[in-house]
Design a protein around this ligand. Structure first.
Ligand code: NCD
Length: 327
């Protein structure tokens, strides 16, 4: 597969585009996107980036309201959706960890969703159960954006991850992407590996044996004829890696905390180990990190994880504008 255009050289004027296929659509899984969709979204994200640099905040979504409904902790996802909405002139109802909402009185997800959609135009949902966003979407007339459903998917993170690869290294075709850490419970790698399978990439999975990439995801990606390689031997595949995607071991998802203790700290990225990596490659992480990348590596130009967070703002601005028919 060859991409004819990069995200950067597409110009998309802002305005009402209610005919685009994203208008009023839910964003539930990366499987809903084609390569053309990605190029379109990244083109809009690029415009958002330029607008933020030029004017900071503008009125594209003036009068629109977003509900940020978070049943699990979040720093980056919730605050970047907040910033995205506010930079586009819209406003926001934040419901964090649902402690102070009627969920703590036992309200069901469908009822909470039906309530919020009376007041808002779009709902961003993070929930501990796989499929929660799809369930919400079944009951909602307004668009639902999945901001993480347990160990399932995190599609907006995968979009910003792929946008990061485009911005930092260009076209992902021909690249080797190595995912490291908790591939069993990490929803970001579940979404990113699926999204990357739209391109001609090689995927390496490095994890402790109990945290391997789920076999159903490997099977799904196999059907697209994408080379995948599972290994515990990180040193062997680091030199060929163009994108090293590091993840946190998801402590909160372990049934037995002893298992967590036995594998935490298995892999740590530091300046010493990175001597074996290419000079032109990037290290990504969805964050938060809890020791798997040492702070001594932060000043290395290959450390892309802080830039990755910033790209998240532009991608989420693009998604909100598209779903609300304004980009
Ligand atoms: C990730 C998540 O919530 O899945 N964080 C994020 O959204 N940036 C990764 C994690 O919690 O480890």
């Amino acid at each position: 597969m060859v991409l004819e255009k990069s995200a950067q050289n597409i110009y998309l004027p802002f305005g009402d585009h209610q005919g685009t296929r994203f208008y009023k659509q839910d964003i539930l899984s990366v499987n809903q996107f084609s390569q053309e969709d990605l190029i379109y979204i990244f083109g809009v994200a690029h415009e958002m980036r330029e607008m933020v640099a030029r004017v900071g905040t503008f009125d594209l979504l003036k009068g629109k309201i977003l509900a940020n409904l978070f049943y699990e902790p979040s720093t980056r996802t919730s605050s970047s959706f907040t910033a995205a909405m506010e930079r586009l002139g819209g406003s926001l109802i934040p419901i964090n960890e649902v402690k102070y909402s009627s969920v703590s009185k036992g309200e069901s997800l469908p009822d909470t969703i039906r309530t919020l959609e009376c007041y808002v135009d779009v709902i961003v949902l993070r929930h501990p159960e796989v499929g929660a966003s799809a369930l919400a979407a079944k009951y909602a007339k307004k668009p639902i954006i999945n901001a993480g459903d347990g160990v399932g998917e995190h599609p907006t993170q995968a979009l910003l991850d792929l946008y990061t690869i485009f911005e930092e290294l260009g076209d992902p075709n021909g690249k080797t992407v190595t995912m490291l850490g908790d591939l069993k419970y990490g929803r970001t790698v579940h979404s990113l590996s699926r999204l990357l399978s739209l391109f001609d990439v090689k995927l390496n999975y490095v994890s402790p044996p109990i945290l391997r990439m789920p076999s159903e995801i490997i099977a799904e990606i196999n059907e697209k004829n994408i080379p995948q390689n599972e290994t515990e031997n990180f040193d062997e595949i680091l030199p060929e890696t163009d994108v090293l995607y590091v993840t946190r071991v998801q402590k909160e998802r372990f049934e037995d905390q002893k298992d967590y203790e036995s594998i935490k700290g298995s892999y740590v990225i530091d300046p010493d180990i990175m001597k074996k990596a290419k000079e032109k490659m990037i290290v990504m992480h969805p964050l938060p990190r809890v020791g798997e990348i040492s702070m001594e590596f932060d000043d290395d130009p290959r450390a892309a994880y802080f830039r990755q967070m910033e790209y998240g703002l532009y991608v989420r601005m693009a998604l909100l504008a598209l779903v609300l028919g304004k980009a």
